[in-house]
Ligand binder design. Structure first.
Ligand code: ATP
Ligand code: MG
Length: 410
C-alpha cells in the first residue's frame, strides 16, 4: 500500500551518548501516538528518522503531529527511490512539477552522500540536479546564500528527495526527563510554562484550583480548552480540577487580609505536593515570572517554595510579559487565555498584598489556618479529565480512588 513519507531531523538527541536509544524510542512513540488510529512505521538512519504513514492519514494530521512533537528539529515530506541516476532525476522532476514556485526567483540544491559507495560525489549530484531544476523552472537562478527553493538529495540505503524543510519545535521528547505537575490557571503564563518544561522532556499533568461559584463554569471550560491546546506538546495530559472554594473562604476568613494571596499560594503548594507524591511525579511547575505581581517577588517565591515538598520549577522566571505573549500566540493558547472569565486569584486578591514576607511569620500564620482538612476534602473531590496526544478527551476519573489505592500501598 502506498505511504506518505516524511524525513525527520533530530537535534539534541543525536548528541546523547549511551541513552540515545531511549530518547529516540520515546520520540518515535510520541509521533506514533499522535497519528493513531492510522498505522505508521519508522526507520532510523544516522541523525534522521524516516516516517511512513498509511496513505489515508490526512497530510495536515501528520504535519500537525510533526510540528508539535519536541525532539524534532526539522521535517519535510520526502520521496524515496532507487539509487540510480535516471530514477533520481525522474523523481526529482516529479517532485518539482508538483511544487508551487510562484514568485520564487532563486534555488539551490543540497546533496548529501551518506552512502560513500555511491559513485557520484555530492557536488557532482548537486550540479546534475540543478540542471533538472532548470528544466522544470527555467527562470530560477542559482543562489547559494538565500535561495527561495531548496532541493535536497540524500543518498542513504535509498535516495531521498525533498524540497521544503520545516522547522520543528526542537527540545527533547516529552517523557524523557521525568514527570511533573503544572499549576494551570486560565491566564497567559502557565500554558507557556508547560510548553517550556515539556520542551526539556518533562511529562506534565495539569492542576487547576476551581472556586465555584466565584469562578464560573466558563472559567473551567477555558482551562479545559487550554489543557487540550497544550496536550499535543505534552504528548497527552490529565487535568486535575480541585474544588477549593471552602479552602479559599477559610483563608479569606482567618488570614490577615494582606497575606491572603500568600496563604492561598502556600496551600496550593501543599495540595500540589500531595498530588505529586501520590502520582509519583518529581516536580511542580508554575507560570510565575519574577516581579510580575506581589506574590512573585524573591521573598514571596522563597516562602511558597518552602511550603512545597518537591522541586518547584518556574521556567518563565526571567521572561517579560511580551516574550510570554509571543510564545502564547505561537502555541495557540493566547486567544483562549485572554477570554474575560476571572480566576479566583483576582476575586480573592487583597488590596495591599505583602511583597516582602517574613518566612517564619508566614509559616506560623499558615499553620494557624487549619488548612489540612480543607486540602484533604478538596483532594477527595478532585476530578481528573484526560486528553490524548491530539487533545481529544479520553475519560474522567475521581482522584479519591487513586488516593485510596495509594494509601493501601503505603
Ligand atoms: P498565569 O500566570 O497563568 O497567566 P495568572 O497571571 O492569573 O495566570 P498568577 O496570579 O500570576 O496567575 O499566578 C502565578 C501562577 O500560579 C500561575 O502561572 C499558575 O501556575 C499558578 N496559578 C494561579 N492561579 C491558579 C489556579 N487557579 N489554579 C492553578 N494554578 C494557578
Ligand atoms: Mg501570571
Amino acid at each position: 500500500m502506498p505511504k506518505h513519507l516524511y524525513l525527520i531531523k533530530e537535534g539534541e538527541i543525536s548528541l546523547k551518548g549511551l541513552n540515545r536509544g531511549l530518547f529516540e524510542k520515546r520520540l518515535k512513540n510520541n509521533i506514533k501516538d499522535k497519528l493513531r488510529p492510522y498505522h505508521s512505521t519508522t526507520q532510523r538512519q544516522k541523525g534522521r528518522i524516516f516516517l511512513f504513514v498509511d496513505e489515508e492519514c490526512p497530510r495536515e494530521r501528520i504535519e500537525k503531529a510533526l510540528s508539535t512533537t519536541f525532539g524534532i528539529v526539522g521535517w519535510a515530506e520526502a520521496v524515496m527511490c532507487e539509487k540510480r541516476l535516471e530514477t533520481i532525476f525522474e523523481k526529482a522532476k516529479d517532485l518539482l512539477s508538483k511544487f508551487d514556485a510562484t514568485g520564487m526567483r532563486t534555488f539551490k540544491v543540497v546533496a548529501r552522500r551518506e552512502d560513500k559507495s555511491f559513485p557520484y560525489h555530492s557536488y557532482d549530484m548537486a550540479c546534475r540536479l540543478a540542471e533538472v531544476v532548470h528544466e522544470v523552472f527555467p527562470s530560477l537562478e542559482v543562489d547559494l546564500r538565500r535561495p527561495d527553493l531548496v532541493l535536497h538529495l540524500e543518498i542513504r540505503n535509498q535516495a531521498f528527495l525533498y524540497t521544503s524543510d520545516n522547522a520543528g519545535p526542537r527540545g527533547l521528547p516529552a517523557g524523557t526527563a521525568g514527570r511533573g505537575l503544572l499549576l494551570l490557571s486560565g491566564g497567559i503564563d502557565s500554558p507557556v510554562a508547560a510548553y517550556e518544561m515539556a520542551k526539556r522532556g518533562v511529562k506534565l499533568d495539569c492542576l487547576y484550583f476551581h472556586a465555584y461559584p466565584y469562578t464560573s463554569d466558563e472559567a473551567l471550560e477555558k482551562v479545559k480548552t487550554l489543557a487540550r491546546t497544550i496536550a499535543p506538546y505534552l504528548n497527552g495530559t490529565r487535568l486535575f480540577v480541585v474544588p477549593f472554594t471552602d479552602g479559599q473562604l477559610n483563608i479569606k476568613d482567618k488570614a490577615h487580609e494582606d497575606a491572603t494571596t500568600l496563604m492561598f499560594r502556600a496551600s496550593m503548594m501543599k495540595l500540589a505536593s500531595r498530588v505529586v507524591r501520590t502520582e509519583g511525579m518529581q516536580c511542580i511547575v508554575t507560570g510565575e515570572a519574577l516581579s510580575q505581581v506581589a506574590s512573585q517577588t524573591l521573598p514571596a517565591m522563597a516562602f511558597t517554595d518552602s511550603m512545597a515538598d518537591h522541586l518547584v520549577l518556574r521556567p518563565l522566571v526571567g521572561f517579560d510579559k511580551e516574550e510570554i505573549i509571543t510564545l502564547a500566540r505561537r502555541i495557540g493558547t493566547y486567544e483562549t487565555s485572554i477570554l474575560p472569565y476571572e480566576d479566583c486569584c483576582v476575586i480573592f486578591s487583597p488590596k495591599h498584598p505583602v511583597t516582602n514576607p517574613d518566612k517564619d511569620e508566614m509559616r506560623l500564620q499558615y499553620e494557624s489556618l487549619g488548612m489540612d482538612d480543607f486540602i484533604d476534602r478538596a483532594l477527595r473531590e478532585t476530578v481528573i479529565y484526560s486528553y490524548d496526544a491530539n487533545g481529544e478527551p479520553t475519560g474522567t476519573w475521581s482522584f479519591a480512588d487513586r488516593l485510596d489505592r495509594a494509601d493501601d500501598s503505603i
